[in-house]
Design a protein around this ligand. Structure first.
Ligand code: SF4
Length: 235
């Protein structure tokens, strides 16, 4: 189930690809930062019970596994990571194969690899693009890459997610909102307060309201949406 953003609650199949081009200080999927020797395939949704197969898989293997897991009402296939565009060559073949099988594609990305996006965007229906702030990555900002990336997303439904922590400076957050606006790709901008392992949100409600008010002065669709996976205790 999608646990973030405006499509929160829709049923999805997730393909998690190994490898990432960033090294965020507060990475929420450190296990996906490098390709793994084996692939895990969950056998019952949400149980954390898996079968293991050797990596790497072919496009045909992945398409056939995804088709086996399909239920009536799946909204889309979420392609996530790590950073899935690290494997852009593979996606160039996989995404058309999934589209032929009748799936919509929902790409989750850190929006820093515009050159790689160019080769796959025609197959993508939804782009959920993070703009990562230096206060949470502890890395230099990548705003120029983010802007180039978002400008390529006009053909898809674009969701721009900005995670806010207690350390976030208003200026860096508002700069990210300006980038979303300047992309011209009509995004929905999501202000997502960082959520702890048990669902606790440490950023205060008044801080969130103030950031949203200031963001709305820049761009007309900015929503405060926490992530919900932790509340449901999904594996
Ligand atoms: S982009 Fe995502 S997967 Fe990569 S280091 Fe940052 S949080 Fe982790």
């Amino acid at each position: 189930m999608q646990g973030e953003g405006p499509l929160l609650g829709v049923r999805q199949l997730f393909i998690r690809l190994g490898g990432c081009n960033l090294s965020c200080a507060f990475c929420d999927t450190p296990q996906a930062r490098r390709p793994a020797a084996t692939c895990r395939i969950e056998t019952e949704p949400g149980t954390g019970r898996y079968e293991y197969v050797p990596n790497t898989l072919s496009v045909e293997d992945v398409t056939s596994m995804v088709k086996k897991l399909r239920i009536i009402g799946h909204h889309s296939v979420a392609v996530t990571g790590g950073e899935p565009l690290v494997q852009a060559d593979f996606l160039r073949d996989l995404l058309p194969s999934l589209k032929v099988a009748g799936f919509k594609i929902y790409l989750e990305t850190n929006s820093t690899m515009p050159d790689e996006l160019e080769g796959v965007i025609e197959h993508v229906d939804f782009v959920a693009a993070d703009i990562k702030l230096p206060s949470s990555t502890l890395e230099p900002e990548r705003f120029e890459d983010n802007l180039r990336f978002l400008r390529l997303c006009a053909s898809a439904t674009l969701i721009v997610k900005i995670v806010v922590t207690e350390e976030t400076e208003a200026e860096e957050f508002l700069k990210a909102v300006q980038i979303a606006r300047d992309s011209g790709s009509k995004p929905i901008v999501v202000l997502q307060p960082v959520t702890g392992r048990r669902g606790e949100v440490s950023v205060g409600g008044l801080v969130l309201l103030d950031l949203q008010r200031r963001a709305l002065e820049i761009f007309g669709d900015v929503r405060v949406i926490p992530r919900v996976q932790q509340f449901l205790r999904l594996a």
